[in-house]
Design a protein. Structure first.
Length: 307
């Protein structure tokens, strides 16, 4: 099995973790284990716990990291990292990395059903369990399905697309990715079809909904920050504005100090900053990286150090 993934902002991310040879680290989204290997290769007496919910990623990660004695691998979602870490005897760490979203492997493996470029079962489940994208498009009422497309895909044509979906599924269930992509294409105005692939936002929205990505992101951020030691760092790579807004808002909240009204002569709230940002506005890929990996165009790295 080949789990190919191009890590985005790779050097910047690894450098930002300020890895110490004796440190304890968590890679909450192991994927193809590229980040994990870069971290664990710098450890001597330290430990790296790599977590992933995708069975394919776990198989590849175990093979790739098997020669590193500092490596530990666990199955699960990063939102549960505190419980997973405790099972491995880890209660405080020097750094956590979260590379959010779908991997290159998942996009490029047709059978996983993430891509509108390949004909495959309409799946999109990262852990291969539970409700699939096909379940959503074939069972949800118009209002609920349109809300998913608008909220998670910021799709302006959500109502038109959902109307097309409901019409199509009345004749037969929508079972494959290309079936859905064609329905979307036929449902949107010609101008939208010319601008970019009209299925992109809908597929993103369905993937987020299927995997509960925004909910687990918030939970994962809180779990990661709780685990950090003082001077420990949390590095998060996001790939679209919905994710980035959640990360930005949470990191800014941790960095906020006194919230008393400005006309108060002294602070009475007692609030002090819990962290400080390494990059005020986050980092985006360089022009050179974008030329090599166009999928990195919307990526952003944000890093916070715990005080």
């Amino acid at each position: 099995m080949e789990f190919h993934h191009k890590p985005v902002l790779f050097e910047e991310t690894i450098k930002s973790l300020n890895i110490q040879p004796s440190g304890i680290y968590i890679d909450g989204t192991m994927g193809g284990a590229g980040h994990s290997e870069a971290i664990v290769s710098q450890l001597t007496t330290g430990t790296l716990l790599s977590i992933d919910q995708d069975p394919d990623a776990l198989a590849v990660g175990r093979e790739r990291l098997k020669s590193y004695s500092a490596s530990q691998i666990a199955e699960g979602n990063f939102s549960n990292m505190k419980e997973i870490a405790a099972i491995h005897g880890i209660y405080a760490v020097d750094g956590v990395l979260l590379d959010i979203g779908v991997s290159s492997y998942q996009l490029d493996a047709p059978e996983r059903g993430f891509s509108f470029h390949h004909d495959a079962p309409l799946d999109m489940r990262m852990n291969k369990q539970g409700t699939s994208a096909a379940d959503l498009v074939n069972t949800l009422e118009h209002k609920e399905l349109a809300e998913i497309l608008f909220r998670y895909g910021e799709e302006k044509n959500a109502n038109r697309i959902v109307a097309g979906i409901i019409k199509a599924r009345q004749a037969k269930p929508i079972e494959t990715t290309l079936e859905l992509a064609e329905i979307i294409k036929e449902s949107v105005p010609a101008k939208v079809r010319r601008e970019s692939h009209p299925a992109r936002k809908t597929f993103q929205a369905l993937r987020i909904a299927v995997n509960g990505e925004l909910d687990v992101l918030q939970e994962g951020l809180e779990a990661a920050f709780d685990l950090l030691k003082p001077q420990g760092r949390l590095a998060v790579i996001t790939f679209h504005s919905l994710e980035d807004r959640i990360v930005k808002k949470q990191m800014n909240a941790w960095c906020e100090g006194c919230i008393c009204p400005k006309d108060f002569p002294v602070c009475v709230c007692g609030r002090t900053p819990k962290g400080k940002l390494l990059f005020k506005k986050g980092l985006s890929p360089t022009v050179e990286e974008l030329e090599l990996n166009p999928r990195a165009r919307s990526a952003r790295l944000r890093v916070i150090e715990k005080i």
